[in-house]
Design a protein around this ligand. Structure first.
Ligand SMILES: [Zn+2]
Ligand SMILES: [Zn+2]
Length: 225
């Protein structure tokens, strides 16, 4: 049995001090795809077909646009709009207009980069479970991490069967790690709140100072663009 994906990035990010190593991995994966879409991929027929079919979500459009190669973005958006043109033909009657409305609404929910990132992330969730089974010391890395954002925690649970005969142990360790770290952050948040009581004004805040933005990462994932 071989891994779904190279384990180097997993080890690196699990050893980084952060609230969710999977958010850190996702950032790297997303950057790689953005880079491809702004460079070589733009010339490939296969990619142009996918871009024509699914387009980009607003977030990925903005990310592409904020980088250097504007011509590349313009060419790809042109391909997408060409594919959408048929949706703007005037309808002959209300029945077809309503059908057209559904198709237009659906067309704004697809994104070629979101799909590629998601496909890659699934490989990471599976590989992490496999590493727990195959690499003797990986459980220590897992336990000493700060847990995950709740979205990525749920994804790890969803693919936990890939840990094979140690799946039960895997979900248990994942659960303990997540629970302990949610409590840790909750404590830091409490400390942050208590500090607003004048009687505690002189107490040192320490790590609690950043409790709120880190809680944001836990609840909604890391924010970046
Ligand atoms: Zn995350
Ligand atoms: Zn997207």
């Amino acid at each position: 049995m071989s891994y779904h994906i190279d384990t180097g990035l997993i080890k690196e990010k699990f050893n980084t001090d952060c609230e969710c190593p999977l958010c850190e991995i996702k950032k790297v994966v997303e950057e790689q795809f953005l880079h491809e879409f702004l460079n070589d991929a733009v010339m490939e027929d296969n990619t142009r077909i996918k871009v024509g079919k699914n387009g980009f979500c607003a977030r990925h459009f903005d990310m592409l646009f904020s980088r250097q190669n504007k011509l590349s973005v313009a060419l790809q958006i042109g391909t997408r709009v060409e594919k959408l043109q048929h949706l703007f033909e005037p309808s002959a009657n209300v029945r077809t207009a309503i059908k057209q409305a559904e198709a237009i609404t659906k067309s704004s929910t697809t994104c070629v980069i979101c799909d590629l990132v998601e496909d890659s992330m699934v490989k990471y969730y599976k590989t992490i479970a496999q590493m727990f089974q195959k690499e003797r010391d990986f459980f220590k890395t897992l336990i000493s991490s700060k847990g995950f954002c709740i979205h990525h925690y749920a994804e790890l649970l969803k693919y936990s069967r890939h840990a094979g005969f140690v799946s039960k142990e895997y979900v248990k360790i994942l659960g303990n790690t997540q629970k302990r770290n949610m409590e840790r952050l909750q404590e830091e948040l409490k400390k942050f709140c208590d500090k607003h009581d004048y009687r505690n004004a002189l107490e040192p805040l320490g790590s609690a100072e950043t409790a709120l933005p880190r809680m944001r990462e836990k609840l909604y994932g890391k924010k970046y663009d």
